[in-house]
Ligand binder design. Structure first.
Ligand SMILES: C[S@@+](CC[C@H](N)C(=O)[O-])C[C@H]1O[C@@H](n2cnc3c(N)ncnc32)[C@H](O)[C@@H]1O
Length: 249
């Protein structure tokens, strides 16, 4: 199957008129950058996609992936293994890149989930995880958690001997607010059977949020008073030679 025909074109396309634009557009850019960085650092790599759903981001990694395995609690045509992130049905240190996008908010025990992500990551490998700061309730099949950048950093630091952990907001405060406004305007205009008006309003709000945030480092940052729709986490497993941050303490 070609990359264009692979399921998830909507997620990869991340249209500005979509209520998920604030989350998906930065996620797409970040994963593409991380796929290229991993290729530069590792050459080929083995990928585990945890909570994979339809594996929408497989095409970004396909060129350099010697293996791309999807695991999910819900069966589906793209799911290779059935299992939860808290008890992954794969061996220790068996993947170089472990992707876990928009899943942690749905799991019963996030600490156990992060320990499992660490267990399956090979020395020198990395976990790429994304999850919400602020979002409306969206069970899949549950919806249990939201984070701040500091809370997410603590979650990873407390649950694994990582070499490094970085947590970055995916977009700024204004984008978060315009996303929420767009979600409710979309709800109202769709009820009023005005889907075109909804798309126009959401397109304008998404553009406004991004434009305002682009002018302010404060709104893009993580200082007091900021609000973020989503976070991107890169957690690196120490290489075989390097001591972990925990061991070095
Ligand atoms: C919002 S979807 C995200 C799907 C995909 N990762 C993406 O970014 O488009 C959440 C996914 O996590 C899966 N999921 C929920 N709880 C899970 C768990 N405990 N372990 C593994 N996957 C889980 C759901 O079945 C669903 O496919």
């Amino acid at each position: 199957m070609t990359a264009d025909a692979w399921p998830g074109a909507e997620q990869r396309g991340a249209r500005r008129s979509s209520i998920t634009y604030t989350v998906r557009a930065p996620l797409v850019r970040w994963l593409q950058q991380e796929a290229a960085r991993a290729a530069a650092d590792m050459g080929t790599y083995r990928v585990l996609d945890v909570g994979c759903g339809i594996k929408p981001y497989y095409p970004f990694f396909a060129t350099h992936a010697s293996e791309y395995v999807g695991v999910d609690v819900v069966p589906g045509p793209q799911v290779d293994l059935i299992g939860g992130v808290e008890h992954l049905p794969v061996g220790d240190a068996s993947f170089d890149l472990v992707i876990c996008t928009q899943v942690l908010e749905h799991v019963d025990d996030p600490g156990l989930a992060v320990r499992e992500l660490r267990r399956v990551t090979a020395p020198g490998g990395r976990v790429l995880a994304s999850t919400h700061g602020v979002q409306v309730y969206h069970p899949s099949p549950n919806d249990l958690w939201r984070w701040t950048h500091a809370g997410l950093g603590r979650l990873f630091a407390d649950n694994g001997d990582w070499g490094s952990v970085s947590v970055q907001p995916s977009s700024g405060t204004t984008s978060c607010l315009t996303m929420l406004l767009g979600i409710y305007i979309d709800l109202i205009l769709r009820k009023a059977r005005l889907p075109l008006a909804s798309r126009g309003a959401v397109w304008a709000l998404n553009g406004l949020g991004a434009a305002v945030d682009a002018r302010s480092a404060t709104l893009r940052g993580v200082g007091p008073g900021t609000l973020h729709a989503n976070y991107h986490v890169v957690a690196e497993a120490p290489s075989a030679e390097a001591p972990s941050a925990e061991a070095a303490r």
